[in-house]
Design a protein around this ligand. Structure first.
Ligand code: DLL
Length: 436
């Protein structure tokens, strides 16, 4: 099933023409409404009139997460404040989060694109659909929610947490579709098993999973344990939220909603564009966004684009699985975490030395983060064996880190000189989750 055949199956030439028109329009719009872009374009000696087709996109400057941080909170917003009706946020490397403002039209484009995704997953207005992404500043909950409402299915805004209650709702309401992180889907399966509820007791048949990397093995496990077909859903807050791309029945890459988000792949070192079929860093230009349009936003996600025809009939470019990141961002329980965020907390505590190690693991199906940190010798001199100050420090650190990351962490305070030092670039992270 296809939600918007006109757009999803339009001829490649017609789409290119539409994209070219929209690209010109968005460049003109930011040139006149965002001083940051006006000066970037002037620096590059480019005017909106130089952008006549998507081929001209290479003339445009890139945008990075750092640009968003530097212009915190509303510096990249193009629409007048009175037109912004929703604000979401995502984590930045340290300090300032990334703020994204949406106009009414943005929310409507978002729910249109999200309805395309859900239709592709086989969801119709006859379904009952549970959204188990977090509701709040994170785009997952409300983003999928509005798509389900637009489609006309009944939405259950379950959010995260209260897993047993959620399992009961799935069973009692006869929920047929679900959206959550792939790791939470496995946690749900495990909780069901503990509660003595079999997959046959549920009516679930389709699921939308994303917000973190997942493997084919995880897909098979989710499908077997929940008795559903599991589809990929990709997106990022800066560009919109969930809905940027989605799998179809062929599950041969995720179709990008290209009439709204123009994709490119670049070499992250040289920044040169790469052809379809070669892996590199994914870059998006928003073609229709009003609130915070972005030109050539570097996602830092590594993947490959495919423009070969798809058997489903959609003509849009597909992106392969995310192969990794070109920065050090980790995704822990669906939440973006930069090691530098933890580091800044550690450095704010006079008792701590700047030697630390982050260990990411998966216990059962939930990610865990352990932070090992050395105390300074002066603090150690007060006596490491008097446990109380150590326990107090561990508690204080884990509370501070939790307030920055919004996830619980285990802190282990170590004696001076006990954490491995590597020569040259320090490796601060051990990720044992084997997601590749
Ligand atoms: O994670 C939006 C989202 C919500 C997508 C719900 C899908 C479902 P951010 O918090 O800004 O937005 O994180 C964006 O998450 O750059 C990727 O690194 C990663 N990511 C998102 N979807 C996938 C996926 C949301 N399907 C960052 N596979 C992105 C792998 C994903 N990684």
């Amino acid at each position: 099933m296809i939600w918007n055949e006109n757009k999803e199956c339009m001829s490649v030439d017609a789409r290119r023409e539409l994209q070219s028109k929209r690209l010109h329009r968005v460049v003109e719009y930011v040139y006149h409404n965002v001083p940051f872009y006006r000066s970037k374009l002037q620096e590059a000696d480019v005017t909106p009139d130089d952008i006549r087709s998507v081929d001209d996109i290479v003339k445009l400057p890139f945008t990075t997460k750092q640009d968003l941080r530097d212009n915190y909170p509303f510096g990249l917003t193009a629409a007048p404040r009175s037109e912004i009706i929703r604000i979401h946020a995502s984590s930045g490397t340290t300090g300032n989060p990334t703020i994204v403002g949406y106009t009414r039209k943005d929310i409507s484009v978002w729910s249109e694109c999200m309805a395309r995704c859900l239709t592709s997953y086989g969801i119709t207005r006859n379904d009952i659909f549970s959204v188990a992404y977090g509701y709040g500043l994170f785009t997952g909950g409300l983003g999928v929610h509005y798509g389900v409402e637009n489609l006309g299915a009944a939405v259950v805004p379950a959010s995260t947490g209260s897993t047993e209650k959620h399992v009961r709702l799935l069973k009692d309401l006869g929920v047929t579709g679900i959206a959550c992180t792939p790791s939470y889907a496995l946690h749900l399966a495990e909780t069901m098993e503990k509660m003595g509820i079999a997959k046959e007791d549920l009516k679930l048949r389709s699921g939308a999973f994303g917000a973190e990397p997942w493997t084919e093995n995880m897909r098979h496990e989710i499908e077997n344990r929940l008795g559903i077909k599991a589809f990929n859903l990709y997106g990022l807050s800066e560009i919109m939220g969930p809905c940027v791309s989605y799998e179809c029945d062929a599950q041969n890459g995720s179709h990008i909603n290209e009439d709204h988000y123009f994709p490119e792949i670049i070499d992250p070192e040289t920044l040169s564009p790469l052809p379809c079929g070669q892996s590199g860093e994914l870059v998006f230009t928003t073609l229709t966004k009003e609130g915070m349009p972005l030109l050539r936003y570097r996602t830092r996600d590594l993947c490959t684009l495919y423009d070969t025809p798809c058997e489903c009939g959609r003509t849009s470019i597909r992106m392969g699985k995310i192969l990794g990141r070109s920065d050090d961002m980790l995704i822990i329980r669906g939440i973006n975490v930069f090691p530098s965020q933890v580091e800044s907390v550690i450095l704010s505590m006079p008792e701590c030395a700047p030697h630390y190690l982050l260990i990411v693991d998966r216990a059962g199906n939930l990610d865990t983060l352990t932070v090992q940190v050395e105390v300074r010798p002066e603090f150690f001199a007060q006596g490491f064996d008097t446990f109380e100050p150590i326990i107090r420090l561990e508690k204080e650190l884990s509370a501070r880190i939790k307030s920055v990351l919004s996830i619980g962490v285990k802190v282990e305070v170590k004696q001076p000189g006990t954490l491995a030092r590597s020569e040259g670039k320090n490796r601060f992270v051990i990720d044992n989750r084997k997601l590749k």
